[in-house]
Design a protein around this ligand. Sequence first.
Ligand code: PEP
Ligand code: MG
Length: 530
Amino acid sequence: MRRILKGKGLSPGRVRGKAALAVHMPVRKTEAKPVQFSEEIRRFFKAISAAKRDLEILRSRIVKTYKKQEASDIISTYLMFIDDPSFLDSVTDKIRRGYSAYDAITEFFDEILEKFKRIDDKYLREREKDIKYVRRYILTKLFEAEINWDDILKRGDILIIPFISPVDVLYLSDKGFKGVIVERGSETSHTSILARALSLPMVKYPDATEVLEDGQELLIDGAEGIIIVEPEESDGVSERVEIKPIGEPRTSDGVYVDIFANIDFPEEAVTVKAYGAKGVGIFRTEYLYMTSKDWPSEEQQVDYIRRLLNYVGDLPVTIRIADLGGEKIPIYAEFLREVLNYRGIRFFMHEERLFRTHIRAILKAFSGRSLRLLIPMVSSPYEVKWVKTVMDEELGGISEKPEEILLGAMIETPAGVMSSAEICEDVDFVSVGTNDLMSFSFGIDRELKVPDYLEPPENLTLIRMLKEIYDAASGKEITVCGEVARDRLYLPYILAIGIRRLSINPAFIPDLVSELNRISVKDVKLEGLK
Ligand code: PEP
Ligand code: MG
């Protein structure tokens, strides 16, 4: 029977297809040979750390959104369980005896659940549900570590999965999935940003893997955030979204704004042009690293950037040094996870050889042109100076070079805001990465929405930081990037500060123009802001 579920839209597009659930790995008894033990144990620990991270996010959401101490205590118990040496020892011991990680975990939990059945205490018996929940989490994580998209695609083309990483989105889109339903994620996560870049419709529905079934006919609408189970013919699917030039990006009281786009792939420049946006505000070079099988060579990087320049033509473009780390870790660099905790420019400061290849490729690709180079995650003027020194050294060794180089700093950490005056002295322009700045300022994962009381008009912390950076820039070009730049709660303040350049995901450019046309700036009060 036709049923409509209301979730949250993360990436627009209306498609129809068959549900393919990706939760558990099929039961598999592997005859692991001794040489494979360490690999299997590594998979197990990878799943454990992913499950822990998940549960920690869930705990913070429960505390912040529902303020339910008991619920957060339960999650703390799960976390203690996952960290319990007897669990970790027992599973690794089973793996050493030839079990696959999946079988070892399953058997461990079967044994515990068996003991629980014999307990005559109602309270403890209730905990059985919790144990099953922990098992599900760990197995899901184990499964996610080695998803076989081809197998899933045989069952259906609308993927239903608890959570996916940006790398997975790239595979999904390549493999031919029509859409995705996730249980967790937010508009500002890199996963959603990428889904929008790849025109892969995505809807978030918290209990999706529980309420939807394999093989069900579904229609999902990533703009409305709805899922229709067993849709009717009349429900229709959308035609490809027609990209038309935008109207005037002007507020109702006449403030004109320059709109730029943040893009992840060279081909997206076509969309930016079709909208008639001013240019590319950020080209995220990290996706070349994410889609390669190994560290891309200098030649591969030059080709890739030249491909971008071909699409861009005369449009202004700001190219960003790869912002690797955090959730953007290429598969082949998993072993560098520790180092990749140094996000953005700090990763390259640690891996200077990789940076030299990267910067040489950028300089060569821009030979004869003007280069606008943006440094991600700048937290100290030292980082800008470091980039300049290395870049100057590399410039000395190459003959093809840009005609002009303009250097920009991306301010997206509280430390960056506090040092913005010194940072701005060393650069030609600044961009504010509000997605990360919000996350690092409020201590909220990018996956999660900031609670209302931390947003304008109740809370003007972010606005205050923007004003501080604007003042520090003292007339130098400043652009606000990230989803806040299209949010009606923030826009009037951003413009009242004096900022006139916004750079957002291209899919939302028409919405931003409509929003600008509706708002006015003249009545916004900034008194009290430093
Ligand atoms: C940001 O942090 O706001 C930003 C635009 O950069 P990214 O989304 O690539 O982290
Ligand atoms: Mg950022």
